[in-house]
Design a protein around this ligand. Structure first.
Ligand code: B12
Length: 206
């Protein structure tokens, strides 16, 4: 059934994708497993784009489908939500990058797991992160980025936070990011998905 969802997304059959999502939820499939299937579909579309077999409109439509599926899945995830807030975190997609679907999932998962999240949106310059940390008193920062071009803005944001003497833990994530990029940027940790972001935040909140 998850495979059917992947096929519906990669074949750009939006209505089918939404129908299958609802059926999967009704059959008791874990909401996170559904998001994982979507990620698989996004990877396939990304590979086609790279190979010149898909173009920007396909990327956009895939993005819209992913958003629509996560909108259906989110209320189910929220059922497990906790009330009390554990810590404050500022998060955004770094300067020059406008990918936000994945960041929005991370924001949502942090929120329902008890974190007070300030979401700065996309294409966020370092100065805006600094301003938000000062304003909110957040103790953690999350940087999202999907482009190779996002590595340097991430590094600059980490440096700027440190230069301003802000005592925050910084996590990074996004499609192309890995441990090596984490080391390059000077961030404290890399998280591969939204659950990893929650686990890091929980560890840092202790
Ligand atoms: C959808 C999409 C788009 C959409 C974005 C819509 C949106 N609102 O986000 C649109 C069409 C706008 C787009 C535009 C572009 N895109 Co694009 N896009 C994608 C695609 C297909 C999917 C991305 C996605 O949303 N995946 C779904 C998420 C949910 O999956 P996920 O990564 O598993 O998510 C988890 C982690 O990332 C993690 N995470 C994310 N953020 C954070 C933060 C923290 C702190 C932590 C801990 C974890 C974490 O948690 C998430 C949830 O579990 C990718 C291909 C891919 N496989 O990534 C290309 C891709 C990222 N795009 C690419 C490119 C080139 C572009 C463009 C430059 C194209 C162009 N020529 O204009 C522009 C960039 C514009 C810009 N300045 O940013 C390339 C990047 C290549 C590179 N090496 O730089 C990719 C890899 C495609 C490819 N294979 O070539 N894109």
């Amino acid at each position: 059934m998850s495979q059917e969802l992947i096929s519906a997304i990669t074949e750009m059959r939006e209505e089918d994708a939404l129908k299958i999502t609802n059926e999967l939820l009704d059959d008791g499939t874990a909401p996170l497993a559904i998001l994982d299937a979507c990620r698989g579909a996004m990877d396939l579309i990304g590979q086609r784009f790279e190979a010149g077999e898909a173009f920007i409109p396909e990327l956009m439509l895939a993005g819209e489908m992913m958003t629509a599926v996560s909108d259906i899945v989110k209320p189910r995830l929220a059922e497990e939500s906790t009330g009390e807030k554990l810590a404050k975190i500022v998060i955004g997609t770094v300067e020059g990058d406008i990918h936000d679907i994945a960041k929005d999932i991370v924001v949502f998962m942090l929120d329902i797991n008890g974190f007070e999240v300030t979401d700065l949106g996309v294409d966020v310059p370092p100065a805006k992160f600094i301003e938000a940390v000062k304003e909110t008193g957040a103790t953690m920062v999350g940087l999202s980025g999907f482009l190779t071009l996002a590595y340097d803005p991430m590094k600059e944001t980490v440096a700027a936070l440190k230069e301003n003497g802000l005592d925050v833990k910084i996590m990074i994530g996004g499609g192309q990011i890995d441990e090596q990029i984490c080391e390059y940027t000077g961030a404290d940790a890399y998280g591969k998905d939204a659950m990893a972001a929650v686990a890091l935040a929980q560890e840092w909140a202790q």
